[in-house]
Design a protein around this ligand. Sequence first.
Ligand SMILES: [Mg+2]
Length: 258
Amino acid sequence: MVASVLAFDFDGTLHDPAGTPSVPTEFFETLLRMRRERGLVWGINTGRSLAQMVELFDESRFPMLPDWVVAREREIYFCGSGRRWQPLDAWNHSCEKQIHGLFKHARALLKAMRQRVEEATGAQWIAVEGEPAGILARTDEEMEWIVGELQLIASAEPLLSWQRNSIYLRFGHRDFQKGSSLSEVARQYALDADACFAIGDSHNDLAMLDKRHARMVACPGNALADVKHHVAAIGGYQARAVHGNGVIEALQHFFPAN
Ligand SMILES: [Mg+2]
């Protein structure tokens, strides 16, 4: 029986590109122990695409694959037999449809955003198949400024949102982000926020570091100051250790060994 759903952000949380190995071996040992002691499923909740993650599982020498992946902060996939990734079609299609409709509806507003960004900054506006996909800024400070401007323009369209991760920003729908995706994953196991654990280091993790989606929230010691403040404010756990070791510390906090 599945008792808990564990969600890990990848870059900067579980994975440290400067680490050897980039994901600590002890992380997998901890998961295996927890799996023996209590039923759990675990997954990666990331802004990356599924194709990127599949490569990174190899590169980072994952000895086992996660049970699920949330890619691009909103697409859900489950690891099926033969290590095949099965999309959760109902959710993924509904998400794409609603985002497409929203972008169409908010066309004038998005145009105003693009003009503002292009006239005032050196950031790059990225469009895919004619739809606004995101923004790539040159620095964190530039993105900070852009987000402030977007907030002013976006107040007219409450469904329009974005996920920010340092100098990257992806436009999306308020109802499809790391938090709502985690709740949908849990729902597939007939569980709710009470059973969920989430850990992340950056702005795009705030949506899942939320008691509506995960009762157990944490951040590693290297998390952004904004994320640390948020986790402290809602009574979550701030690990002292950084990256993957911070993840292990947080797991030991919420799931002490029997
Ligand atoms: Mg991260």
